[in-house]
Design a protein around this ligand. Sequence first.
Ligand code: GDP
Ligand code: MN
Length: 423
Amino acid sequence: MARLLEHQGKDIFKKNGIPIPKGKVAKSPQEAKQIAEEFEVPVVIKAQVLMGQRGKHGGIKLAKTPAEAEQAAREILTMKIENIPVQSVLVEEMLDIKKEIYMGVTTSGITRAPVALFSVSGGMDIEEVGAMHPEKIFSKDISISRGFFEFDARNLLRKVEGLSGNDINAYSQVISRLYQVYRKNDCKLVEINPLAVTPKGVIAADARIDIDDDAIFRHPELGIEISEEAGAREPTPLELAAGQIDKNDHRGSAHFVQIDPDGSYAQKIGKISIGYDCVGTGCAITLFDEIYPLGYYPVDFCDTSGNPTSLKMYAATKIVFSQPEIKGYLMVTGMAAQQLDNTARGIIKALKELYPKTGGKPNIPCLLCFRGRSDEVAVNLFKEHGISDSPFFKVLGRNNTEKSAADEFDRLYKKWKKETGGI
Ligand code: GDP
Ligand code: MN
């Protein structure tokens, strides 16, 4: 699902006649200050990230003066919300909010059609309202062939207690326009939470728009290159380097992704960070099942399969070992058809370059397990190069399982920790 940032959503609202506050995007505290000066009114500074509940995370701040706006923007722009760095803020004129209304059009999984939603309990987490007080959410299924008109919205709102005629007129105009936004842009969800009721009328204080992935190609005007999810992050330098390996040589794959780039997740759950490389994703999963209960967490996912050349293995191995927080390395193959001797040659070349002083013996415990074509040759190569002489380096052969490889690694790690104190 391609979710738009709040300011992108608000641009679309504006084009469709839904009132939005005056606002501009800033990427630096200075820019935020200039915008506040230009507006000459108190402003709100809002983190532009693809997740909700920014308010609760401190991503929304009020500023009465340009100096306060600068300070608030500085705080928000150095903040991470659910681990995602904030790269821009929306600076908006502050609204005098008297009431917060929720409204949305979403796609119902039951009818596989749009449904309009309305609640006077806006501003809050609407899922929570729905769970605790389903009676506070009013909905109307929509048929796309018939459409959804202002009078349909008025009929829906007449069921809501305590709304005046003026309220009903104002809200129904916005909901029916929200439905136009939903249809025109092939949305899965459009949401205003809250629609601010102010002395100057109703204004969309927030905007959430999710576009159907399969329809993105129909909307070049939205400028969506890839569909972004909440949690999307930039590729890391190591991932970018790994991306080049496949570009330079099509043979085999070197698929490398960092699961826990700074090792903070492993730390949080009390596991030991390890570098990980498997031949075959099935092997990676099975090995994970064995290694995780023993107290280890792979901070990367790496699959070097499809018969990569030695050179490719060499480059991929250097990348896996370049993760600073790893306290061990596991390289296991499934029963592989690929030339495992080449795989071994690439790893050996990388280790010799990474650890020149010890002739390629790493300073962390390493367990490798070769199963498949030329596996014996692979095991022997490590002996020939003297690398498996290290007490903390072990190469296993065909008669092993993911379970025995994981157990062997655990023994190696404990021995290493006891004898060297670890790193
Ligand atoms: P979300 O937390 O990510 O959903 O961000 P919202 O844009 O919905 O803002 C959260 C809350 O901040 C709103 O429910 C309002 O209570 C408050 N807020 C946002 N903009 C304004 C504003 O212009 N004036 C005032 N007084 N409050 C605002
Ligand atoms: Mn909101």
